[in-house]
Design a binder for this molecule. Sequence first.
Ligand code: CA
Length: 238
Amino acid sequence: MAELNSGMPRPTILVVEDEAPLLTLLRYNLEKQGFQVDEAADGQEALMRVAEAPPDLVLLDWMLPAMSGLEVCRQLRRRHDTRGLPIIMVTARTEDQDAVRALDTGADDYIAKPFVMEALLARIRALLRRSGGVATKGTLAWQDVTMDQDAHRVSRGGRPLHLGPTEYRLLEFFLQHPGRVFSREQLLDAVWGRDIHVEPRTVDVHIRRLRKAVNGEGEVDIIRTVRSAGYALDLEHA
Ligand code: CA
């Protein structure tokens, strides 16, 4: 099992869950893995906790009393300071539609109840890995897109872009290999990691979000879709 780097400060996970026994179980397992755990039993409390003490990741139950997890996610994504906050949505059902809705609302990943604790922990570690912390450093640039890896800032034509952690890692990977076509599976390996299972269609959702974030009004699409092959950082030739 991958260990957290002992030299790093312990990441804080905000667990938003209204079922007390599950909350207790999650706290126990997360603390055992070296995480700090903060908790909220409903959506309002979750938004308050995030404002008071921003966590490194939010584990957000979909089914909450009053405000749904989906609405919490939407509100966090609307606010400038929490737009890039890593969020894993816990869905009660396993229908694909729910997963896509969770991702479309801005969650970075999702897991369906009932879940195996190890699978959840792997997803948390993978998302924390892609949301930064680890030193890469330097500046990547291609066409009018610039990524400052130290400051974690991305801009296009001087206009600052606001990317979620997964979109950031995707763009970072593309910027490291401009022009090269990657299959969904290759992107999953590179960005999500090999140790977790993610549906290839998840890549499409994040590519859509990346496009929305980087392609401004009247700007050329910088992500090229290569039918039945995958995606590349490349200009679509008209
Ligand atoms: Ca619930």
